[in-house]
Design a protein around this ligand. Structure first.
Ligand code: SF4
Ligand code: SF4
Length: 380
């Protein structure tokens, strides 16, 4: 199991093409938000707090496909809200697939079984199911009992129907490493193609403000979760992004790598912050003050952020832009995880240096390396 070679090739050739053209900023994954309404109300969600007049609306199929064409990214991720509540989501997906793009349709899976007949298995389409932990933990995170069982049943049925299925997991300060590791085992046994894991962002609008992680907590937690990974686990993420989460690799945010389009237009600067909107993709790229974002900028809203939509594209860029980045990614592919061992304490946030700017991700189905495997390859 793993990401199709055709997808890896598409992304790799796209990134190399951008580099050959000397483009400093380019999109890798379009975050297409066709609507904000959802059939859940998770405590850590920063997307569903709009007034009902906004929640009732959705982007048309034409608007969605126009954004896909305008952006040009090889991968389209469709988060929400709950995309399956869109009355024509199958048409949106069909249009993206027809363009040869790879689409990740994110869902909490409540409607997945019911709507599955509207979709055809295709190497360009993957359902990305939201799962924040095993039964008790996931139901707590989404504030409703029984959702974990619904999601697991839907995953089983979707895999059996021949679709690509991935999962996305958001980690908070109450997440329990051992229980997450058990869930990874379960998902891999079920035939999930790959898993995505990311810390939650401190949305000011989220009802629960107590369980977000600061940067140091993120590193410590991810070291516990992924410090001694199993050979059977496959992550649908860039190897360097995972090493970044474990504090082993320094990256700076590249928010233009995952541009966001929604009901309001092209969101500045990223999927998480809302500092205005542009009416075209070109306007977004040209009028956003990119230097005002990322950790190095000193922007207080960016200091604890280690979220995939800001750092996955940085990781992909580093993979193709530096010898050490390529080497570390290659090492992960070639060698299995080593023995578990005590990990050193992560540097305090203020002391963590940032490297020059270097997605959803390259989507390489690479394994997570144990700390000791990486040490020779990593410049501290
Ligand atoms: S399922 Fe996703 S969009 Fe819906 S409330 Fe939960 S986090 Fe928000
Ligand atoms: S660091 Fe996070 S919040 Fe700041 S621009 Fe990047 S992705 Fe957005």
């Amino acid at each position: 199991m793993g990401v199709p070679v055709s997808q890896m090739w598409t992304v790799a050739s796209y990134v190399l093409g951008q580099k050959l053209r000397g483009r400093k900023r380019y999109p890798l994954v379009l975050m297409l938000e066709p609507l904000f309404r959802c059939n859940l109300a998770c405590a850590g969600c920063g997307k569903i707090q709009y007034p009902s007049s906004i929640l009732k609306q959705h982007l048309s199929v034409e608007d969605c496909l126009k954004a896909v064409d305008e952006c040009g990214a090889p991968i389209v991720s469709i988060p929400g809200g709950e995309p399956l509540l869109h009355p024509e989501m199958d048409k949106v997906v069909e249009g993206i697939v027809a363009r040869g793009k790879y689409v990740y349709l994110c869902t909490n899976a409540i409607l997945l079984k019911k709507h599955l007949h509207r979709y055809k298995p295709d190497k360009h389409l993957s359902f990305s199911v939201h799962l924040d932990g095993p039964r008790e933990d996931h139901d707590l995170a989404v504030c409703r009992e029984g959702i974990y069982d619904i999601a697991i049943e839907a995953i089983r049925e979707t895999v059996n129907a021949g679709f690509r299925v991935t999962t996305n997991t958001t980690v908070f300060n109450h997440s329990q490493p051992e229980r997450l590791r058990e869930m990874f085992d379960t998902l891999m046994e079920m035939g999930v193609e790959g898993m995505m894991i990311s810390p939650g962002y401190q949305y000011e609008k989220a009802p629960d403000q107590e369980h977000f992680l600061n940067r140091n907590q993120t590193v410590q937690l991810f070291r516990k979760i992924l410090g001694n990974p199993k050979k059977t686990w496959t992550f649908n993420q860039s190897p360097l992004f995972i090493e970044f989460l474990k504090g082993n690799w320094q990256l700076e945010c590249t928010p233009w790598g995952n541009p966001t389009y929604n009901l309001f237009g092209w969101q500045k600067p990223c999927y998480l912050l809302q500092d205005g909107y542009a009416s075209t993709f070109q306007e977004l790229m040209e009028t956003t003050d990119w230097d005002a974002y990322g950790r190095a900028s000193g922007n207080s809203r960016c200091q604890d952020c280690m979220v995939h939509c800001g750092y996955e594209p940085s990781a992909v860029n580093a993979t193709f832009g530096t010898v050490s980045g390529l080497m570390t990614s290659a090492l992960r592919t070639l060698f299995g995880p080593g023995r578990d061992k005590a990990l050193p304490a992560a540097p305090a946030p203020a002391a963590m240096p940032v490297s020059p700017p270097s997605l959803v991700s390259l989507q390489l189905p690479l394994r997570v390396m144990a700390q000791e495997e990486l040490e020779p390859a990593i410049k501290s």
